[in-house]
Design a protein around this ligand. Structure first.
Ligand code: PGA
Length: 221
């Protein structure tokens, strides 16, 4: 199930070229976007390629609660810096206080053709931490102390770290027609193997992805 790539750049080129090919073929293409360090190379490729993305609708997996959209640590800011400042999209959505109750209805209306997905070292996908149920939908989640601690390195002080976030659920993610689960670095190898080959369990939210019938898992050191 895990496709091992020799090189991070090749791995990202492959995903971005599939996105390009599919979106040129499908006029109402919908792309699911992820933040974090791993997908940056995909966005760099998309920016470097001059193809027209202005008809594509995007949905991001998650967003912090109680951070202004222009805060440098908000996921909207991240997407702006890495992709949206350079490429135009038809409409881009992030889950928020205003829309999270309707987010899955919005996705139902514009089903995600390709979802880019990362995995945390504890097996989380988006902000679905261990213990998240298989049937979870988009919701407001309380961040674990562990995640708050991990994220504090990006903020000036602990008090500034958001305690809550909005996140697509496991069920919301599983509804994507195609998923690319991508991971880079030796520190991700063990959890990726457990997620792909181990028991399907809420202890490792990514393990539910074994039940998806159109997923590709890419790994590189
Ligand atoms: P990353 O992690 O920043 O290494 O891509 C993704 C994640 O924790 O979901």
């Amino acid at each position: 199930m895990i496709d091992i790539w020799k090189n991070y750049d090749y791995m990202c080129e492959e995903v971005s070229s599939v996105i390009k090919a599919k979106s040129l073929y499908e006029p109402h293409f919908v792309l699911g976007l992820a933040t974090g360090s791993t997908p940056i190379g995909i966005y760099t490729n998309m920016v470097a390629d001059g193809w027209d993305t202005s008809k594509i609708i995007t949905f991001n997996l998650d967003e912090y609660a109680d951070l202004p959209y222009n805060h440098p640590q908000s996921y909207e800011y991240f997407m702006e810096e890495n992709l949206f400042a350079y490429k135009q999209f038809r409409k881009s959505y992030f889950p928020s206080e205003k829309n999270y109750r309707n987010y899955d209805v919005m996705i139902q209306r514009f089903p995600i053709d390709i979802q880019i997905l990362g995995i945390g070292t504890n097996g989380h996908i988006a902000f679905n931490e261990p213990g998240s149920p298989r049937d979870s939908l988009t919701r407001k989640v309380k961040l674990t102390q562990n995640t708050i601690q991990d994220n504090s390195r990006f903020f000036d002080s602990m008090d500034e770290v958001p305690t809550h976030a909005y996140s697509m659920g496991i069920e919301s993610i599983m509804r994507a027609k195609k998923i690319y689960l991508i991971a880079q670095g030796k520190h991700k190898k063990d959890i990726l193997e457990k997620a792909c080959y181990g028991d399907i369990t809420t202890d490792i939210p990514a393990s539910f992805l074994q039940e998806h019938d159109n997923i590709e898992v890419f790994y590189c050191e």
